[in-house]
Design a protein around this ligand. Structure first.
Ligand SMILES: Nc1ncnc2c1ncn2[C@@H]1O[C@H](COP(=O)(O)OP(=O)(O)O)[C@@H](O)[C@H]1O
Ligand SMILES: [Mg+2]
Length: 165
């Protein structure tokens, strides 16, 4: 059976639309989630989105999930309240990209959730990237996380072959 042609233009339009809303200040609180296999261009697409915002004078932070968790667990080890200071520091940006979600140790899921919650409460744009689909994310990152991801947000499943092949 032949596969349906993949409409990459639709994905690009969604990402551009997300950027435009962030730039003109009409972002409504939803996140942009890019889900799909290794090499499908998730990080590339998010970087293009970041460049667009930066060219328009906004600030953007890029972090892998494990970088965030390392920063926050380190802060916790030093002094409990530092965790909140670090979370606040990570919330200073106009947008944050969190890559490689699902690769973290599930015992640390709460750190990621606190950051997601902060962006959610601040009504700031956030890009969430994972090699996992929604079902697996629910299992390894938590139901609350996936709920936030879907609420009012755009979830794009990049289901074409890897660019690296
Ligand atoms: N639209 C595109 N056109 C050309 N090259 C691309 C495109 N998207 C991704 N690539 C390249 O394909 C490779 C995989 O992309 P990447 O964003 O790292 O994938 P993922 O994050 O989904 O694993 C990278 O070398 C990237 O530069
Ligand atoms: Mg990537």
């Amino acid at each position: 059976m032949r596969r349906k042609p993949i409409n990459k233009g639709k994905f690009l339009r969604e990402v551009k639309n997300y950027a435009k809303k962030a730039i003109v200040g009409s972002h409504n609180g939803g996140f942009l989630s890019l889900l799909g296999g290794v090499g499908t261009g998730k990080t590339y697409l998010a970087s293009a989105l970041a460049n667009n915002l930066i060219r328009n004078g906004l600030t953007v932070k890029y972090q892998t999930t494990n970088q965030i968790i390392a920063t926050l667990t380190d802060a916790k080890r030093n002094y409990a309240t530092d965790v909140w200071r670090e979370i606040n520091r990570l919330t200073q940006f106009d947008m944050i990209i969190v890559d490689e979600i699902g690769t973290q140790d599930p015992k640390d899921n709460n750190y990621l959730f606190e950051l997601v919650n902060k962006y959610y409460a601040a009504v700031k744009p956030m890009v969430l990237i994972s090699n996992f689909g929604l079902k697996s994310l629910e299992a390894n990152t938590g139901e609350r996380f996936v709920d936030r991801m879907k609420h009012n947000g755009t979830v794009l499943g990049l289901d074409w072959d890897s660019y690296r092949k």
